[in-house]
Design a protein around this ligand. Structure first.
Ligand SMILES: [Fe+2]
Length: 374
């Protein structure tokens, strides 16, 4: 299916068919495929349920061949397995790194001649169906046209962006995220919040996405405040919807400085979500130097039930403290001070494709002040 590519304006991309709820995998029973490849992360225990959902079809399971964030070398074994099996449906079950890795595996399985940087492969390039089943709440990878991978040589993240990478179907079953620790739940929900806030104030204006962002922020506030109360817990299904809304906002409006900096940190021991969560309050403070941006932060804060921007930022800080993520605040600032000595890292941040939406230009001075504000 054709999708607009390479320009930014008011448009809404095809969004995947959504199946949600308990055992919603069963909704795929009549998906037009006969050879199904399920690629999953470390702790996948639903083989029987998946096999039953595709009872008269050939289904095979494979643990991903890459560790953590995907890198091109780590993907090769899974691509080889796909070529040998020759499936007509690929199902990715896992967090953002599993889903993104599977997007790239499917791309090279179908288009072995693909050259990085080519964004013109648009319109019906895939014969293989693609289903994403997230097991974390906030990455938004299941509704993203980007597939992020690690470039070890330059210690940074890079990404392939093609709207054709969007899954055909997303399955949300809250049982798959039930076993997440509070720390993982909070960091991934704050990653979703960063997609919403960075997309909302981004210099790519899309009024339809503003509505998605505001509703996503309501869901996050309502559910995350329950984590902070004794004997109450959030609804993981509602957090998945917030992650979905954050993902589509990110996909249309790009993100900002929190992501641009976080993308340089994965190879230095910081998970994407914890790095973004720690950077988000400082980025809000930095971007508030711009009047129009302050106005937008204030608007989404009030629409989602906060008193003002300060109340919203204090809520994020409270979550960082409660989860223990803020123990890494000082080490993060020290690491960044160290990394900033390297001009290549500063250039990576300024040129990061994820950070292009930041409403205030990311300069050396901006980065320096940002680190001081973490
Ligand atoms: Fe993110």
């Amino acid at each position: 299916m054709w999708q607009p590519q390479g320009f930014y304006n008011q448009y809404v991309l095809r969004t995947p068919v959504l199946l949600s709820g308990h055992e919603s995998i069963r909704g795929l029973y009549n998906y037009p495929a006969s050879r199904i490849a399920v690629i999953h992360g470390e702790s996948f225990t639903y083989q029987d349920e998946f096999t039953a959902a595709f009872s008269d079809k050939d289904i095979r399971f494979r643990k991903r061949s890459w560790k953590g964030e995907p890198d091109l070398d780590g993907l090769k074994e899974t691509i080889g397995w796909l070529e040998a099996y020759n499936p007509d449906l690929i199902i990715a079950v896992g967090g953002g790194s599993v889903i993104d890795g599977c997007k790239i595996c499917r791309l090279f399985y179908e288009v072995p001649y693909y050259e990085h940087g080519n964004t013109r492969l648009n319109g019906g390039i895939f014969n293989t169906g693609f289903v994403a089943i997230p097991t974390t709440v906030g990455s938004g990878a299941e509704v993203s046209s980007a597939a992020v991978f690690l470039d070890h040589e330059n210690h940074r993240k890079d990404m392939i962006v093609l709207h054709e990478l969007l899954p055909d179907v997303v399955v949300y079953d809250s049982r798959y995220v039930m076993n997440s620790s509070d720390r993982l739940l909070i960091s991934s929900a704050l990653d979703a919040m960063a997609h919403i806030l960075e997309g909302y104030v981004s210099n790519i204006d899309n009024s339809v996405m503003d509505v998605a962002a505001e509703e996503g922020m309501v869901l996050l506030r309502e559910n995350l405040k329950l984590i902070l109360r004794e004997n109450e817990s959030p609804d993981p299904g509602r957090l998945q919807y917030a992650g979905f809304l954050g993902g589509i906002v990110q996909n249309h409006c790009i993100v900002g400085a929190a992501h641009a900096v976080a993308h340089q940190l994965t190879d230095h021991g910081y998970s994407h979500s914890e790095a973004v969560a720690l950077l988000l309050p400082a980025v809000i403070r930095m971007n508030s130097s711009d009047t129009k941006t302050t106005e937008k932060y204030g608007r989404i804060a009030v629409k989602s039930g906060f008193d003002d921007i300060d109340d919203m930022t204090a809520f994020i800080e409270q979550l960082l403290h409660f989860s223990g993520i803020d123990e890494r605040r000082e080490p993060l600032a020290d690491l960044l001070r160290d990394l900033m000595q390297d001009e290549a890292v500063r250039e990576n941040i300024k040129n990061d494709r994820g950070g292009k939406g930041n409403p205030v230009e990311i300069t050396d001075e901006y980065i320096e002040q940002l680190i001081g504000s973490i």
